[in-house]
Design a protein around this ligand. Structure first.
Ligand code: HEC
Length: 159
């Protein structure tokens, strides 16, 4: 009888031991899983960062659609005197609206009474028709805020 008890005890211990080993290797396995998961998560995060990082926008390039109608050459130079469809924008940043000599502004632009700063340049470039109702700039607007920022940066440098 006592032999059987010992045997059962031994079996139980063996079973427990076995389980322990099994769970040990299990947790070791899950730990290594975690490590490799962690690695995947890290590289996935790095990919996301790369995706989210905005592509640098070249200010001059961003300004190109504007250049069709707006020269930025110094108006005191022959090049700056060439009249395009829009007024010369040399020194426009920080200047009052509708000040370019010899350009036939609309009444709306002459009445705008604004000084061109980041805020109103941004609003005007985004939707020219609604920012100054009745103005004559035939440009649909730039919806991308990063491109608008690049355009404004470019204008700031033309002085
Ligand atoms: C199709 C031609 C055309 C394009 C393209 C165009 N503009 Fe104009 N822009 C004009 C005209 C015309 C006016 C004058 C509007 C008026 O008098 O009502 C004007 C006026 C302006 C003024 C006010 C100038 C002042 O003397 O107060 C700014 C600033 C301006 N444009 C910036 C831009 C920028 C920046 C772009 C590009 C994102 C652009 N424009 C694209 C034709 C254009």
């Amino acid at each position: 009888m006592s032999r059987i008890v010992v045997l059962i005890a031994a079996l139980l211990m063996a079973a427990c031991g076995g389980e322990k080993t099994a769970s040990d290797s299990k947790s070791a396995a899950s730990a290594s899983e975690k490590v490799s998961n962690g690695e995947t998560a890290t590289s996935a995060a790095a990919e996301k960062v790369a995706e989210a990082a905005p592509e640098p926008i070249d200010p001059e390039r961003a300004y190109r659609p504007c250049a069709v109608c707006h020269s930025v050459a110094d108006p005191n130079t022959p090049k700056g005197k060439i009249q395009l469809a829009g007024p010369n924008l040399f020194g426009i940043y920080g200047a009052k609206a509708a000040q370019q000599e010899g350009f036939a502004y609309s009444q709306a632009m002459r009445d705008a009474g604004i000084t061109w700063n980041d805020e109103n340049l941004d609003a005007y470039i985004e939707r020219p028709s609604t920012f100054i109702r009745g103005n004559r700039m035939a440009y649909v607007g730039e919806r991308n805020p990063d491109k608008r920022a690049a355009i404004i940066e470019y204008l700031k440098a033309q002085k």
